[in-house]
Each structure stands twice: as C-alpha cells, then as structure tokens.
Design a protein around this ligand. Structure first.
Ligand code: VG1
Ligand code: CO
Length: 602
C-alpha cells in the first residue's frame, strides 16, 4: 500500500500479527488506566507487545516544526506516546520491518521519552531503531543520518530554539525518508489520528542503556545506540574542503568563537571545529550541553546570544563569531562588531558558493527562501540565472524542491541556512560556509597581512547587489485573543487597500495573505502571512508564530532596498525607521497588544 507517496513497495506487508488480547484492569496506583496485553507481536519482530488503551488528547496539532508543549504536558500520561502512536498509525503498513532513527537535543525529559519511543517502535513493527548515544542527535545530524543509513525516518525530540527544563518546553518532530521534516500531508494525518486514537502498541521490553554505543536485541527487534556525530561529520566532509579549512583556522592571525548556548552543538562544535579543524578549545563558549540550556533561551539572535554579542562588540572579539540553537539547525554569524542578517547570509553564501565550497563547484541548481526572508537571495538568483522559489515559513517546504533537484541553497530570516546535502537547516554547515568564504578570499593574504573580514565580504556583496535592509520584531507571549484581533484588523486593512493606496511615503503594489502551491506535488498552503508589498519593493509582513507553547508570538517583518552607495553601511534600524512606523501604525499593534516594545529585534 502506498500510503503517503514515498517508499512505494519498500515495506514488506505486515503479516501474521497475533491478536490474543487479555484485558487486565489496573486498579492499584495513581493511574486508572486499563492495561491490555497481547502475547505476541508482529511476525517481523517477535517481541511481546502490550496493547494499552488510551484516549485522544486535545491540541496535538503540529506547528511550524513539530509538536511543542510545556515539558510537564509532555510528561503527563500518554501525551508523548499518543502522538508517536498517531504518527505510526498515520504511516500505516509502511512502517513494518523498517528502520527508524531517534535522537534529540538533550533537553530535559529526552532520555525518558526515548525509552517510550523505543517501545512504541518495537510494538509497531519496526525491525530496528538507531538511537543517538544518551538520546542525543542534533536536527541536521539526524537528517544526515537518515540519508546515510537509508532509514525509513527519524524522530527528533526537541523544541528547537525554545527554552528547556521542567518548567519550559519539550517537543517532537518526525523526519521522513529523505531526511526532510514531515510535509503537511503527513502532519495533518497525524493530527487526525490523535483525535481518534484508542490503543498504544508498546513492546514489553526493558529500558535500554542509551549511554553506551552498541546493539541490543529483543527477539527480532534491534536497538543500536550510535555516535550522534560521526555520520554528520562524514556528510560535512563531502561538502567542504576540510584541509583548506584547517589551514585557515590554524593561521596565527585568525580567530573564531562559537557559542553553543549550552545546547546540542557543544559536542559537535568540539569535534568539528577543535578536533578536526584545529581551532583552540577556548573558541567554544557555553559548550557543555545541559538539559535546561543553563537556564538560557537557546535562540541564536542578538538578544539571547548575549554572551557572544558582548564578546564580539568588545576589543577581544574574534574574526568570526557564530552561535547555534537548541537543536543545532539555526546559526547566527557575526564579524567583529558586525552582524550578518540571516537573509543576507544565505544570499552571500549562494553568491560565493561555487568559488569557495567544493560541493557547489558545478554551480547551484536553484535557490529558495521563505516568504518573510529578505530578498537579497532573489538578486543573486537573477544575476546567476538560477531558478528561484519563495516558500512559506518552515523548512518542510524546501524538501520537495531539493528532492526534485531544483534547489541547492535555501534559507530563512529566522537564522536558518541550509543546502541539499541534507534536508534540514544546518547551523554548523552555515559556519563552515562562512569559514570557506573567508579561507578562499584570504588564500593569497600572507600571515600578518590585511585579512578580508566578514564585514568586507558583506560590503563586497552590497556593492554588487545593493542592500535589502531587513528587520524582524518579535512580540513574544502576547495574549492570544489580542493577537488574533490584531491579525483580523490587518486583514481588514488589506481588504480596504487597493493597489496605489498610500501608507506614509509608501505606495502599495499588492497586499495579500500569502498562499503557496508546491510546484512539485501541487499541494497548497494557505494563510502563510499577511503581506504588504510596495511599489519600491519594500515589504511589511505579519505572522503569528507556530512554534510557541503558550500564548501568541507576533512576528513583524520589515524590508527595504537601497542601492545608494552612501547608505549601504547604515544601521538597519535607522534605515527602516519610517517603514517600521508605517507597519506599527497600520496594524495598531501597540493598541491591540499593549506592547510598547518588541521582545526581540533582529
Ligand atoms: C520559527 C521561524 C521559522 C522556523 C521555525 C523552526 O517559526 O519563524 O522560520 O522554520 O521557527 O525553527 P514560527 O512559526 O515560530 O515563526 V527551529 O530552529 O525552532 O526548528
Ligand atoms: Co532549531
């Protein structure tokens, strides 16, 4: 049965499942569950399986990237198990006899969650599960792992850039056969299953020791605990010239600093930047991964990566500064006293890729960015004559383009940069891209000479393409009703504003609620952001975040282009002052939310 259009015929049919069920009411203890047991499991795995009755739980709808809720919610009865079982139900017969991968960003509850998932995987007929040591695997590493090991898919236990710990967030997401975040046709189906779920299929096997690499077998089911770094590193070595990078990183006049924000990339950064490329151990800041990220917010932006920002704006700043998020898919790139906007970063990488990065030496197949992302990448596509795509927010929309060979490099303004070496955004990849660009541009500069800096690379790019000033204002944890009202108001402004309407000095070209038709499979995503596009190319966009776990986060995106040579180095907030005022006025954001200032400005 070809359920979801992938791996047709790859899964052997599930056969001979025994269904001798004996209901055993459990009366003792605090949990008033009714347990059932079956004696046998699938013919494929031959492990004993308990069929545990369960009930649907409200609100298990996947957001922009997986299901995210408060950790305590995830720890409550069957919350995690219901969603994972719903996923397996959605995948149906496809999963029998397949191999699954499992990892996470090491946040609080990950190890316990892993044990639950291992039992569900065995109970649902998978023949094997790979688990990252200590239940850890960064998001891009998981994508690489699925691809290299030809796993059927993988589960990532992470709420990404959201804080972790018992009082904060936990999350889970599923990546499919090409390593890509599950597309909406799967996540919609999972949600449907969560509303009618009645049984969990849990293998009756003991917890597995996840602290040691190795194989444990239960009947025909195998658990292999793996090094979470090795496969990812092997993939990165296929993309970059590690020899050239090492020669550059170890130059006496070069320095870098990477802030892992006490999140999953600590050990990856140590293995890759220090052990492979020879960076000094002290180049890694906050490199010890902690289950609560040291109480911080592991989001690499100018507000939350304050340690790094402070360092880079001091005289002790390194030539390259970088940070990554909870699960290692985001990146922030800084020079000395210089911030590279993520919308620019992806465009600068695309513009330099062919010359500087071996994986791209044949040229790019195409490029893509999410709709709110600044349009610098569009200019690169135009100049290089590349196919260009504008997708909704969220990495899942890039997967089809990459699978179809239409996109090599893509990015989001939200500190997400990636390429088709895997199917996730990739924080360390972005840092290696910048290292490659710097190494290439400095290859003829003698040690002690005038090195080409991050800022020089940006200035060169702006000199060629002009500059798309970009800023995003986040208003975190607003009251949901107020945020909805504001969005309704903005919709009414769009309805009342024909082309030609003046907003301050800006004349409207078009305004709409962004809708995307996937050029590969024709699927349509509606309601992806309210946008105003002005005749000079400036844009204002409003969206509600789909990754929060409580309340509403309003995102306001602002963009304006200039090719006035005198203005290229202007501060973005200064350059965008007028259009930001237009955006705040037209949305009445302050009036609706009571917020004077955003929580985060990028
Ligand atoms: C945010 C970003 C989006 C990104 C998503 C997941 O979503 O805007 O671009 O893909 O987070 O990133 P939203 O719906 O909150 O705006 V991660 O690193 O948290 O998986
Ligand atoms: Co992330």
């Amino acid at each position: 049965m070809q359920l979801l259009g992938k791996r047709a015929g790859a899964a052997p049919a599930r056969a001979g499942r025994s269904s001798a069920v004996a209901k055993i009411p459990v009366v003792a203890g605090s949990r008033s569950r009714v347990l059932s047991t079956t004696v046998m499991a699938t013919a494929a795995t031959q492990v004993p399986v308990k069929e545990v009755p369960t009930k649907p739980i409200d609100g298990q709808k996947t957001g922009t990237s997986g299901l995210r809720k408060k950790t305590k919610v995830f720890m409550s009865d069957n919350y995690l198990a219901n969603w994972v079982q719903s996923l397996f139900n959605a995948l149906g017969d496809e999963v029998a006899g397949q191999t699954l991968a499992l990892g996470g960003d090491g946040r609080y509850f990950g190890k316990e969650a892993a044990q639950i998932i291992v039992k569900l995987a065995a109970g649902n007929g998978f023949k094997k599960i790979y688990v990252g040591k200590d239940a850890i695997m960064a998001t891009p590493a998981m994508s690489a792992f699925i691809r290299r090991r030809k796993a059927y898919g993988g589960l990532i236990m992470s709420a990404s850039h959201n804080p972790g710990g018992p009082e904060e967030d936990f999350g889970i997401k599923f990546n499919y056969t090409a390593g890509e975040p599950a597309p909406e046709k799967i996540t919609d189906k999972i949600y449907g299953e969560t509303t009618s779920i009645s049984t969990l299929k849990m293998a009756d096997i003991p917890d597995v020791d996840l602290s040691k690499v190795g194989v444990t077998t239960f009947g025909g089911f195998e658990v292999e605990v793996v090094d979470p770094i090795a496969d990812y590193l092997a993939t990165l070595k296929e993309v970059f010239d590690f020899g050239m990078l090492k020669a550059f990183v170890t130059r006496a006049d070069f320095s870098m600093v990477f802030d892992a924000m006490h999140a999953v990339t600590g050990p990856y950064a140590k293995a890759i930047f220090v052990e492979e490329l020879g960076a000094k151990p002290e180049s890694i800041k906050n490199g010890v991964a902690l289950p609560d990220f040291g109480g911080g917010h592991p989001d690499p932006n100018l507000t939350y990566a304050h340690d790094l920002v402070e360092l880079q704006w001091s005289d002790a700043g390194a030539m390259l500064g970088a940070a990554s998020d909870g699960d290692g898919d985001r990146n922030m790139i800084l020079g000395k006293k210089f911030f590279v906007s993520p919308s620019d970063s992806v465009a600068m990488i695309a513009a330099n890729a062919q010359a500087c990065i071996p994986y791209f030496k044949g040229g790019l197949k195409g490029v893509a960015r999410s709709m709110p992302t600044g349009a610098a990448l569009d200019r690169v596509a135009a100049k290089l004559g590349l196919p260009f795509f504008e997708t909704p927010t969220g990495w899942k929309f890039f997967g089809n383009l990459m699978d179809a060979g239409k996109c090599s490099v893509c990015g989001e303004e939200s500190f997400g940069t990636g390429a088709d070496h895997i199917r996730e955004k990739d924080g360390i990849f972005a840092v290696l891209c910048w290292l490659s660009i710097l190494a290439y541009k400095n290859k003829d500069v003698p040690v002690g000479g005038q090195l080409v800096t991050v800022e020089d690379v940006a200035a060169e790019f702006w000199g060629t393409y002009g500059r798309n000033f970009f800023s995003r204002y986040d208003y975190e944890a607003c009251e949901s009703a107020a945020a909805e009202k504001m969005m309704d108001h903005v919709r009414s402004v769009i309805a009342a504003s024909p082309p030609g309407t003046k907003f301050g000095a800006f004349e409207l070209a078009t305004a709409d609620d962004f809708e995307y038709t996937d050029p590969i499979d024709g699927s349509v995503a509606k309601g992806q952001g309210l946008r105003f596009v002005f005749t000079d190319g400036s844009r204002i966009i409003f969206r509600l975040s789909g990754t929060g776990s409580a309340g509403a986060t309003i995102r306001m995106y602002i963009e304006q282009y200039t090719n006035d040579k005198a203005r290229l180095k202007e501060d973005a907030q200064v350059a965008l002052k007028d259009i930001i005022k237009v955006a705040l006025d037209l949305s009445k954001l302050q009036e609706f939310t009571g917020r004077e200032k955003p929580t985060v400005i990028t």
